[in-house]
Design a binder for this molecule. Structure first.
Ligand SMILES: [Zn+2]
Length: 369
């Protein structure tokens, strides 16, 4: 093997790892061990590539829309699912929240895409260009097809039997994959590619946020979570309508400080976003704030009027316990609302997600492997 071949392989793997780190950063409540994800990416990717190669050897593919769905889509997505079934034996212990299903199948997809990229880079004249192009299109594509299967599989393994959910999730993944390849196979449909690509990414992000909204590792916001950073800062209080200076407190990415006048916790614009991203991951915070701004200068988010939001200064001030309570309750409402949405709600329900489900059922014993 010459130096160029080694460079191509090394680069392809490095790109895969960069994506893996990015994906892991979304797993915010209970991060999966990095080396386990790396192991799943490597072994899962190899298993999925071998499985799909075997399937392909039985059925030649024509480059048309129908084959893109019923052959490429089903073969490659089913292969990833089979890889997940196999790697499950060594991730069992860590497989403990819905988002884990999505994270691990994504690691498998990344492994699959990395190996595929190496083959493509070798078989084209301009190795690096094709590697670079596929690192954007095909790698993100592969990630965006398969998350549904991971969620359905988690439900089956940890919550209740979900054979129909698994079957539907494989079909959804195959159709997503088939549309992606289908519009590339037909020159006259190429212009649709970018729309399909973006739509699949948006859908996958909604699925990710949904999975986070169902996590049982999200902490309820209480005073005890926050620790002092050792710094102080000046902050406006939306309840007292004036500035105060106090110690900076931090939890995860959320920074806040306690108003020296009224004792409420005040969050600035950036940290309102971090707070909601943590506690209400399903909510689309930008449009939520935009709707508030249409109302008044000071808006109360809750019925008890304890959570004040200053729409001009973009500051939220609240008694911390009321805020924590409200965030918990509204996250539950967010889950119900999401499942009632026409497209994404239908997808999530059909792969087995129900609004009331949160905790794994410890008495449930999974039956298939
Ligand atoms: Zn105050």
């Amino acid at each position: 093997m010459n130096l160029q071949s080694i460079t191509i392989i090394f680069l392809a793997i490095l790109i895969g790892i960069a994506y893996l780190l990015r994906v892991r950063s979304y797993d915010m409540y209970e991060k999966e061990p990095f080396f386990k994800l790396l192991l799943v990416m490597a072994t899962g990717g190899i298993i999925a590539i071998i499985t799909s190669t075997v399937f392909y050897s039985f059925t030649p593919v024509k480059y048309n829309f129908l084959d893109a769905i019923i052959k490429v889509g089903i073969i490659e997505e089913l292969s990833k699912f089979i890889a997940l079934l196999i790697v499950y034996s060594f991730i069992k212990k860590d497989f403990n929240e819905i988002v884990d299903g999505l994270i691990y199948i994504t690691a498998i997809s990344l492994g699959f895409a990395v190996i595929e990229n190496i083959f493509y880079a070798f078989s084209y004249e301009n190795h690096y260009l094709i590697l670079f192009q596929r690192s954007i299109s095909a790698v993100i594509g592969h990630i965006s097809f398969s998350g549904y299967m991971g969620i359905a599989f988690y439900i089956h393994k940890r919550i209740r039997k979900n054979y129909s959910g698994i079957l539907i999730s494989i079909l959804i993944a195959a159709i997503a994959h088939g549309f992606y390849d289908g519009v590339l196979f037909h020159k006259e449909l190429n212009f649709l590619f970018i729309f399909i690509f973006i739509l699949l990414i948006i859908l996958q992000f909604r699925v990710l946020k949904a999975a986070l909204g169902f996590s049982e590792f999200r902490e309820k916001i209480v005073a005890g979570l926050f620790t002092e950073t050792g710094e102080t800062h000046v902050q406006y209080c939306a309840s007292c309508h004036k500035d105060f200076k106090n110690k900076t407190l931090k939890f995860h990415r959320i920074e806040t400080s306690v108003c020296s006048e009224c004792g409420e916790y005040a969050f600035n614009e950036k940290n309102v976003k971090h707070l909601f991203a943590y506690s209400r991951p399903i909510l689309r915070i930008k449009s939520f704030i935009r709707r508030l701004r249409k109302k008044d200068i000071i808006v109360y988010m809750d019925d008890k009027k304890t959570i004040a939001y200053d729409t001009r200064k973009k500051i939220l001030s609240s008694d911390i316990d009321s805020l924590g309570e409200w965030l918990e309750q509204t996250n539950t409402t967010d889950r119900e609302n999401l499942l009632n949405k026409p497209v994404i709600g239908l997808i999530l329900k059909s792969i087995g997600l129900r609004a009331t489900e949160l905790k794994p059922d410890t008495t449930f014993k999974p039956t298939i492997t």
